[in-house]
Design a protein around this ligand. Structure first.
Ligand SMILES: [Zn+2]
Length: 307
C-alpha cells in the first residue's frame, strides 16, 4: 500500500508539507488550536535534520489522531526545528542544534544557519509551557527519555513506551540543546526522547506513542495512560571530547553498555582516554570520530539505578 492509499504520509511527504506551513511568518511551523484554554505544547522534530522519527509522530498526530479536530484544550505547535538541515537530510548545516551557543538569543549577526533558525523560532519556542523534542540514534539503541532541566517530569512521561531515562546530560554537554530555550519561565517543562534508530519503523511508532501519551497526560486528548513499569536511570557524569585529529575512538561503544574503569576509549598523540569509572557509555556514533570534531565523541554515565 502506498502512502496515498493508507492516508498516511512518508517522512519526506510530511517534511514537504511542514516546509510550506508558515506560522507567525515562520516556515516549518504548524499551530493547532482547540479554541479553548489550556497548555501550549511544542512537539519539535528534526533538531537533527537526519532523524525522521519525529516526522512520523507529526504524521500520526495529524492523520491518525486528527489533532485539528480532536484537540480538547490548549494549543499544539508542530515544529521542524532544523528545517534547512532536514531538507538537506543532514544532521546540521553549520552548528549542531543540540549544541547551540548559550547567547544564541542575542547573536544578531551570526551567519550560522542554526543560530539564525533558532532566533527565528525563539518567539514560538518561548510560548511553550511543555516541549517534547524528538530524536533518534545512529546506532541501534533502545528508546530513551532525555530528562532536561533540574526535574524529571514523571507525570508527563506516564505511558511512554520507554523505560530508560538519561539524566544530567544537559549539564555535562557542550553548549545548549534547543529545548533549553523553550518557554520563558522556570515553570516550562521540556523533555527529549531518543525514539530508537533513525530509519527503523519502530522508532517512528515509539515517537508517535510518546506524543500521544504526553497530550493525554495533559488532558489535551481523550484517554488515560498507565506507567508500565519502573524506570532505569543512567545519570551522565562525564563526556569525552577528542582534542585533535590524531585521536580516534578505540572501538564501538554500544549504548548503555557497561564498561569497566580503566578501559581504553580513545588514543592519539597525547595521553590516552580511559573510562574514569565503572559505568556505561552512550551516544557514540559508532565511528572513529564524532560527526562534529568539536563535540563529544561519547558520554559516560553512572551505573544504572532502577526506581
Ligand atoms: Zn538527535
Amino acid at each position: 500500500m502506498d502512502s496515498t492509499e493508507s492516508g498516511h504520509k512518508t517522512a519526506s511527504e510530511i517534511l514537504g508539507l511542514m516546509s510550506i506551513s508558515v506560522c507567525d511568518g515562520v516556515p516549518g511551523v504548524m499551530r493547532i488550536s482547540s479554541g479553548r484554554a489550556g497548555p501550549i505544547v511544542g512537539v519539535t522534530v528534526c533538531s537533527h535534520g537526519n532523524e525522521p522519527s519525529g516526522l512520523a509522530a507529526v504524521d500520526y498526530l495529524l492523520n491518525t489522531l486528527k489533532l485539528p479536530v480532536n484537540l480538547l484544550r490548549g494549543e499544539v505547535y508542530l515544529v521542524v526545528n532544523n528545517l534547512q538541515a532536514a531538507l538537506e537530510s543532514k544532521r546540521f548545516v553549520s552548528v549542531d542544534m543540540n549544541r547551540l551557543p548559550a547567547d544564541t538569543p542575542t547573536r544578531d549577526n551570526d551567519p550560522a544557519s542554526e543560530v539564525r533558525r533558532s532566533r527565528e523560532l525563539l518567539p514560538i519556542w518561548k510560548k511553550f509551557d511543555v516541549g517534547l523534542d524528538i530524536h533518534s540514534t545512529s546506532q541501534d539503541a533502545p528508546p530513551m527519555i532525555i530528562s532536561l532541566g533540574p526535574m524529571f517530569h514523571a507525570e508527563l512521561v506516564r505511558g511512554f513506551p520507554i523505560e530508560i531515562v538519561i539524566s544530567n546530560i544537559d549539564r555535562v554537554q557542550r553548549g545548549k540543546p534547543a529545548p533549553a530555550f523553550y518557554g520563558d519561565s522556570e515553570k516550562t517543562k521540556a523533555i527529549g526522547i531518543e525514539a530508537g534508530q533513525h530509519d527503523v519503523e519502530q522508532a517512528g511508532k515509539c515517537a508517535s506513542a510518546c506524543a500521544e501519551a504526553l497530550l493525554q497526560n495533559l488532558g489535551m486528548l481523550p484517554g488515560t495512560t498507565v506507567q508500565a513499569g519502573r524506570f532505569r536511570e543512567f545519570r551522565v557524569v562525564a563526556s569525552i571530547i577528542l582534542p585533535d585529529e590524531s585521536y580516534s575512538m578505540e572501538g564501538v561503544f554500544e549504548n548503555l553498555k557497561h564498561v569497566e574503569k580503566g578501559t581504553l576509549i580513545a588514543k592519539g598523540s597525547g595521553p590516552d582516554f580511559v573510562m574514569p569509572i565503572d559505568g556505561c557509555t552512550i551516544m557514540h556514533n559508532g565511528k572513529p570520530h564524532p560527526d562534529d570534531p568539536k563535540n563529544e565523541a561519547l558520554f559516560i554515565t553512572e551505573p544504572e539505578k532502577a526506581w
